[in-house]
Design a protein around this ligand. Structure first.
Ligand code: CA2
Length: 152
């Protein structure tokens, strides 16, 4: 059976505040803008996007588990869970789908605690500090990985 032409887009805790608070760090685009940027980039490659944002880790884990049979890959900005969550990392590694890790800000130029990512080595793609345009980059690079898998 061929893989579904669908990506799961996961935005973690507090990313619902995009465009509402801290524009000096995260810009003025909203979560709806981010979801549209990802969906447009995916549509240009013949994929659709199922988007989830939650402030609750378990909701994110359930969505990642469901993606195992419904999606070909996962684009994720785990928010602050990037730096703390073994549970999220285990879910991503457990579903064995290709993963793109995205951060709007350059986490490597910020506080030291943001320079640790529990997700980094379960992700095939990393897009860091490109602002919200990084979601389109991540979608494209992830689809390249998916296309490479189906050739191999
Ligand atoms: O740069 C990123 O994309 C982050 O993943 C964003 C997280 C932060 O904890 C990571 O270190 C880097 C924070 C998401 C919270 O987003 C907000 C947006 C507007 C106002 C307040 C928080």
């Amino acid at each position: 059976m061929s893989a579904p032409r669908r990506l799961l887009l996961v935005n973690g805790p507090n990313l619902n505040l995009l465009g509402v608070r801290e524009p000096e760090v995260y810009g003025t685009a909203t979560l709806a803008d981010v979801e549209r940027i990802a969906a447009d980039a995916a549509a240009a490659r013949g994929f659709d996007v199922q988007a989830v944002q939650s402030n609750h880790e378990g909701v994110l884990i359930d969505a990642i588990h469901a993606a195992r049979t419904e999606c070909a890959g996962i684009v994720i900005n785990p928010g602050g869970l990037t730096h703390t969550s073994v549970v999220l990392r285990d879910a991503l590694s457990g579903v064995a789908l290709p993963v793109a890790e995205v951060h709007i800000s350059d986490v490597y130029a910020r506080e030291q605690f943001r320079q640790v990512s529990y997700v980094r080595d379960v992700a095939a793609v990393h897009v860091i500090g490109e602002g919200v345009a990084g979601y389109a980059t991540a979608v494209n690079l992830l689809i390249d990985v998916i296309a490479g898998q189906s050739e191999g």
